[in-house]
Write a protein that binds this ligand. Structure first.
Ligand SMILES: Nc1ccn([C@@H]2O[C@H](COP(=O)(O)OP(=O)(O)OP(=O)(O)O)[C@@H](O)[C@H]2O)c(=O)n1
Length: 417
């Protein structure tokens, strides 16, 4: 089969000179699938398969273009070349032919190869037909059993592509579900992260994965009710996006560049873990979540009860924002997922969105050193307490200058004696 329609895979779009590739070379996996679907990709991520010398070719390309180079798997001969705007993997073909290699993969739609020199499409498993029918179809039961992460990949990719999992494939996944325990938990976490981040369809497929027995090991406390909270979070996120552009945008941002979960994903994760923060922390540690992710979930769980108070005093709000910090967007979504009325949360959002708001974004009139000097006392926890009281007084409008802040510090010190 030949196809000139795969324009997004034309060599001019490669981040390297095509002449550096041998004649027998194939692009495989997601890049081919998405090109046939005409789905644009935010980031260029290419997987090449070569019958021989995969690592050598990768090394040569990296050297020629002064790009980053790393051997991902020396046994299976897979290397990665990292360009400023693209990542390109080079893998040794598995088996005697490209067809044999494709037969070892997970789903038919991921088992299409494309030779960029000849523009030939090799599709021995009729993946193109499944792309047209929008179906995730396993290549074989054995292939799924060989790498049980593939069970979860079916839901993640169905969700990203807006596909359906073919009936026999779904039955096979249900049968094989207990095997997910054989997969390294880090790999599972990455798939879950995608599913938690996806705005449309993520919740539906996450719930399906749970119903099919793939998540019980990780979220033993999750129930049908937990997933209904996730759906409410999706609805709330859309509403917040419309009402508050800045906050809405923040919800879909990664919590850290190095941690690929969004604030919205954190709120959803908080719905799936045990509601008791200490137990949730153990669960998340077991799943190798980072300190930043665990902290964000725990803050969400801990702060939820505080939002029950309909009319928080300024003092309560100050302490709420102090505890929430940059996790605020996730806390808000988590509360809305738990049916807290938007009317009681809106005043907090108003504080948060105003950069000059001293309740949500306090600025220090004085620092600890200045307090120590003006009171003539050494460093001690009292200084911290005085600083907090000054910030609360500032939020309440009782002090607004350095002079008034120092006067209050003196008064507090006297009262304490
Ligand atoms: N557990 C896995 C992981 C990957 N693959 C194969 O390796 C290809 C590339 O894998 P990867 O880059 O992880 O995923 P993509 O399918 O390319 O999808 P995406 O880039 O959207 O994650 C897949 O298409 C599939 O053919 C597989 O068979 N089994």
């Amino acid at each position: 089969m030949q196809d000139s329609a795969i324009s997004s895979l034309s060599p001019e779009k490669f981040p390297f000179d095509m002449k550096l590739l041998p004649q027998q070379v194939y692009i495989v996996g997601g890049a081919v699938r998405d090109a046939i679907l005409s789905n644009s990709r935010e980031y260029l991520d290419l997987d090449f398969v070569l019958p021989k010398d995969a690592i050598k070719v990768a090394q040569h390309i990296a050297k020629y273009h002064q790009a980053g180079f790393v051997v991902l798997d020396s046994e299976r001969k897979i290397a990665r070349v990292i360009f400023p705007n693209a990542t390109v993997d080079f893998a040794q073909q598995e088996g005697d032919s490209i067809e044999a290699d494709l037969h070892r993969r997970d789903f038919t739609v991921n088992a299409i190869a494309y030779n960029p020199h000849t523009r030939e499409i090799i599709d021995p498993l009729q993946g193109s037909m499944d792309l047209t029918s929008r179906l995730m179809r396993m290549i074989s039961y054995r292939n799924l059993a060989n790498d049980p992460l593939r069970l979860l990949r079916a839901y993640r990719q169905a969700s990203q592509l807006d596909f359906v999992i073919e009936t026999d494939t779904r039955i096979a996944i249900r049968n094989l579900a207990p095997k997910i325990s054989q997969t390294a938990v880090e790999r599972v976490r990455v798939e879950l992260c995608y599913l938690l981040n996806i705005q449309i369809g993520g919740t539906h497929w996450l719930e399906n994965a749970w119903e099919d027995g793939l998540l019980a090991l990780y979220f033993s406390h999750a129930t049908k009710e937990s997933f209904s909270k996730l759906s409410k979070i999706d609805v709330a996120a859309r509403k917040l996006e419309q009402a508050y552009q800045f906050l809405g945008k923040q919800l879909q941002e990664y919590i850290l560049d190095t941690v690929k979960i969004t604030w919205c994903g954190i709120a959803k994760l908080a719905c799936l873990v045990h509601p008791q923060p200490e137990i949730a922390e153990t669960e998340l540690n077991m799943m190798t979540y980072s300190r930043a992710e665990i902290k964000a979930v725990i803050i969400s769980l801990r702060l939820l009860p505080h939002l029950k108070v309909r009319q928080m005093s300024l003092r309560e709000k100050y302490f709420f924002f102090r505890a929430a910090g940059k996790v605020f967007p996730a806390v808000v979504l988590f509360a809305l997922g738990n049916d807290y009325p938007i009317e009681s949360i809106e005043p907090l959002i108003t504080h948060y969105l105003n950069d000059n708001d001293l309740v949500a974004h306090p600025n220090n009139l004085v620092n600890g050193k200045e307090i120590m000097e003006s009171l003539g006392i050494p460093a001690s926890p009292i200084i911290g307490k005085i600083l907090v009281e000054i910030a609360v007084a500032q939020a309440e409008g009782r002090v607004s200058t350095k002079y008034e802040a120092v006067a209050l510090a003196k008064q507090l010190r006297e009262e304490a004696n």
